[in-house]
Design a protein around this ligand. Structure first.
Ligand SMILES: [Zn+2]
Length: 277
């Protein structure tokens, strides 16, 4: 296996990469002035763009192989660039028929693309033996008629799961096996969830889109243009990062610089995210 892996207690995490997006910082953070970026120029390219990994994680735990988010995928109706995760998944050590659970942090197109594969005119679950775990709050929000009409990826990536009987809708805190707990972190979307990992005395936190860039660890008040409720997203970010700091949890985020395994450190009274690899 050539992809980066990392352990939290007895849980082995594999960093999977589906694509990379280049997004102008001014588009992602429209309320942040150009001058406020000065201390963080190293996060931007020469054209002022952030490079966001579209990352997913596989977690190998006792009797389970769990995938957290499934990238952009290759759905023709989904925005380009198309993802390439499926082409190297087995090489990365993940056999689709071994996956027991798929956790979706939220129902945006860049987190669900490989939920399904095309089969004739239909989409079928890509992980044939897995249960797919989705927030009930997000489900009810994104399956409203106007949301379905505006977001074809919901029809391609989520409705086939319901039809196949492999969808588990959850609310509140929700355990997936012994080590993983899915918990609500609303703001980016109404039902957004993160994943807390506890194993052998160690803790890890897979943020989902609580943060898109390490700059938001320094500045939890910086919400993105994709946050459905920016104020709530900022409050959630503060709370979750404080919990991670106080529990000494490793902090992992799919859009952070690959492979996105990191820890929180404090300098001049402010927390920042430091890559572990
Ligand atoms: Zn995202």
């Amino acid at each position: 296996m050539t992809v980066p892996t990392h352990r939290i207690g007895n849980v082995e995490l594999v960093a999977l990469r589906d694509a990379e997006l280049q997004v102008p910082a001014a588009d992602l953070f429209p309320s942040i002035a150009a001058d406020d970026w000065k201390p963080y120029r190293d996060l931007l390219d020469t054209e002022g763009r952030l490079h966001l990994t579209v990352g997913c994680f596989a977690a190998r735990a006792a009797h389970r192989l769990v995938i957290v988010d499934t990238g952009i995928g290759n759905k023709p109706r989904t925005a380009a660039p198309l993802g390439n995760l499926w082409g190297h998944l087995e090489e990365d050590g993940v056999r689709p028929d071994e996956v027991t659970d798929v956790i979706i942090s939220h129902m945006h197109f860049d987190h669900c693309g490989w939920n399904t594969l095309q089969s004739g005119d239909f989409w079928r679950p890509a992980f044939p033996k897995a249960r797919y775990h989705v927030s009930r709050v997000d489900w009810e929000y994104w399956t409203r008629p106007q949301a379905l009409a505006a977001n074809p990826h919901i029809t391609d990536c989520f409705l086939p799961l319901e039809a196949a009987g492999v969808l588990d809708l959850h609310a509140g805190e929700y355990r997936v096996g012994e080590e993983l707990t899915v918990f609500p972190t609303p703001g980016h979307t109404p039902g957004h969830c993160s994943v807390w990992i506890t194993s052998a005395g160690q803790h890890g936190l897979i943020l989902g889109d609580v943060a898109h860039s390490p700059v938001q660890v320094r500045n939890p008040g910086w919400s993105t243009s994709f946050d459905t409720d920016p104020a709530r997203a900022a409050e959630t970010r503060r709370q979750v990062l404080e919990r991670a700091r106080s529990m000494k949890a490793q902090v992992i985020a799919g859009h952070f610089p690959y492979p996105a395994f990191g820890v929180l450190e404090v300098k001049d009274g402010k927390a920042f995210w430091k890559s572990l690899l």
